[in-house]
Ligand binder design. Structure first.
Ligand code: SF4
Length: 222
């Protein structure tokens, strides 16, 4: 794994704002960091002006306080919050994982749902928290290949395919609606007949079945 430098900073911008991505415009979203320690070669966030550079993340250390303030002033609490349009809640950085846990705990204990897309390893304590609130959680696990060599090349700091499959099994078994996200498809690398057949087979064994609706679709969100 590449060494990652964490740069603490205070967030000045608002939290719980809709994403500029059209597919997430119906949900309040939160990024805990600028940049992402998973360092996927194909990551679109590399093109953002706030991208801090290779193997660096800016950690918005006051995010929990900003969310508390926002919820105190918001007249209608959100139905759910989405993590994270341009980073990942479960990066292998202790400070990010700890902050993520406290934010999830705050939201879930207030009855606010959480949805996330991750290519990371969910820590045991966080997994227990999510499973304790399964009715209010929607999970998406990104997985593009079973080939660990390909995964390490394109997603050097993300969890291994085996860890992600195990997490899919655990989330589904715990009653959390869980999608596998097979994006991006890397032409000629991850889309060969063999690669796709093995990946679909592994996902089926992990418990995946038919596609799920989008997490907390607009009809479910205040
Ligand atoms: S996990 Fe997502 S946000 Fe993080 S580097 Fe990979 S593609 Fe980018």
């Amino acid at each position: 794994m590449n060494m990652v430098t964490v740069i603490p900073a205070d967030r000045r911008s608002a939290v719980l704002t809709p994403s500029s991505l059209a597919c997430l415009s119906h949900l309040p979203t939160v990024n805990l960091t600028a940049g992402c320690a998973h360092s996927c070669l194909y990551c679109y966030a590399r093109g953002y002006t706030i991208y801090p550079g290779e193997d660096k993340v800016v950690l918005y250390r006051n995010t929990l306080e900003k969310i508390k303030e926002k919820l105190a002033h918001k007249r209608t609490k959100p139905r759910a919050v989405y993590f994270s349009p341009s980073s990942d809640l479960f990066q292998p950085v202790p400070e990010v994982l700890a902050l993520g846990y406290h934010i999830l705990e705050l939201l879930l204990t207030r009855g606010i749902g959480v949805a996330f897309l991750s290519k990371g390893h969910i820590p045991d304590e966080t997994m227990s928290l999510l499973l304790d609130h399964a009715d209010n959680v929607r999970a998406q696990i990104g997985i593009i290949t079973l080939d660990e060599g390909v995964q390490r090349m394109f997603e050097p700091n993300a969890a291994s395919p085996r860890v992600r499959l195990n997490q899919i099994t655990e989330l589904i078994a715990g009653g959390i609606p869980t999608e596998a996200r097979l994006i991006p498809v890397l032409p000629g690398v991850t889309d060969t007949d063999d690669a796709l057949r093995h990946l679909f087979s592994a996902l089926a064994k992990a418990g995946s079945s038919v596609p799920q609706p989008a997490p907390f679709s607009s009809g479910q969100v205040l």
